[in-house]
Design a binder for this molecule. Structure first.
Ligand code: PLP
Length: 359
């Protein structure tokens, strides 16, 4: 704390990301990709790592935007880029969620950065509890209200539950709230869920957020994007250009473009991760865990008898990091990133040891 801080800094409660350990632990705690990025990404980054770095990056990121537009079959004026989807989300909150003090609706259990941004930007929020089976109750978002929400936001698949909502449900929410922005954070969608990008032609209020951090194995490069109608994108650009005109550096633009273009690598690796997820889910269930049905590169699991905090610490003692949230309703769960088959095997060996199960 310093007497030089601006007044509002005192009340901020920053987001706390999963631990990035200094020592050599098996990291299954922040949902990074199990495999590295495509070799073509590394080649593309090497190709622009030269004296041209003295120049600013392409201001409009035109090549990358064209590739993303092509991938999702939308116009180039429907794509907005940012330095990771966290930054895209920040601009979305600032651009779309501050209207006449109308509330933002979101699940009580979802990506916790949304609450941080609510406090940061002064967005009033109303939490809608997930059902007992941890699914989103669609009617919470479609019933008539005295005051229409400024916006609705949820992750799909949701985090940290991993459970996905179908497109019919998202369409119903968009249909019932024509004057509200419906923001669907699809950080994990490539691991088996359906993208609401398919609904953009029908609903001008849908905003879809993607990241290259998970399914493209590029968390270190910091690239995210939004897909929305051109007027919404123009608003986001206005905010971005009032804040930082060059959020994506030259290396990130080149690497992201190569990652999006290498479809065979992308498909092969995400298929491998989905297969490992199904195998890990079955193995965890046989060890007495309840595992929620996941469409992501992680599973959310609770043991029927053993305390989650105990398992979390015991795994750490075995050199394995998983994520535990000390939060009501989910404090008995662990969120476990899907690793390679070898990493999953290491995890299961440690769990058998901790739970004293004979193999
Ligand atoms: C649901 C969700 N949205 C967004 C993000 C942010 O991703 P990034 O800023 O790396 O693009 C994460 C990261 O874990 C996430 O889980």
């Amino acid at each position: 704390m310093s007497r030089f801080w601006s007044d509002h800094i005192h009340a901020l409660q920053p987001y706390v990301p999963g631990e990035q350990p200094k020592q050599n632990l098996l990291k299954l705690n922040t949902n990074e990709h199990a495999y590295g990025p495509s070799p073509k990404v590394l080649e593309a980054i090497a190709a622009v790592t030269n004296d041209r770095l003295r120049l600013y990056p392409p201001y409009d990121s035109a090549a990358l935007i064209a590739a993303i537009a092509d991938l999702h079959q939308v116009g180039t004026d429907q794509v907005f880029l940012g330095n990771g989807s966290d930054e895209v989300l920040a601009h979305v909150f600032n651009t779309l969620f501050l209207r006449d003090n109308r509330p933002l609706l979101m699940p009580d259990i979802t990506y916790s950065f949304y609450k941080t941004y609510c406090r940061f930007f002064g967005v009033p929020s109303e939490l809608q509890p997930l059902a007992d089976d941890y699914t989103i109750t669609v009617s919470d978002y479609t019933r008539p209200r005295d005051v229409a929400p400024a916006a609705i936001i949820f992750a799909n698949p949701n985090a940290p539950t991993g459970i996905a909502l179908g497109l019919d449900d998202i369409a119903a929410i968009a249909q019932a709230n024509p004057d509200s922005a419906i923001v669907v954070d699809e950080a994990y969608v490539d691991f088996g869920a359906q993208s609401a990008a398919a609904l953009l032609g029908q609903y001008d209020n849908i905003v879809v957020i993607h990241t290259l951090s998970k399914s493209y194995a590029l968390a270190g490069l910091r690239v995210g994007y939004a897909l929305a109608n051109p007027e919404v994108v123009a608003g986001l650009q206005r905010v971005k250009d009032s804040f930082n005109s060059y959020p994506l550096d030259t290396l990130a633009q080149a690497g992201a473009l190569a990652a999006i273009q290498d479809r065979s690598y992308f498909d092969e690796k995400r298929a491998a991760i989905m297969q490992s997820r199904e195998q890990l889910t079955a193995a965890l269930r046989s060890l007495g865990f309840q595992v929620l049905p996941s469409k992501t590169n992680f599973v959310f699991a609770r043991h029927e008898q053993v305390d989650a905090k105990h398992i979390h610490q015991a795994l750490r003692d075995h050199g394995i990091l998983v994520r535990h949230f000390n939060q009501p309703r989910i404090e008995q769960f662990l969120r476990i990133t899907i690793g390679t088959p070898e990493q999953c095997a290491t995890l299961l060996t440690a769990l058998r040891d901790i739970l004293s199960v004979q193999s």
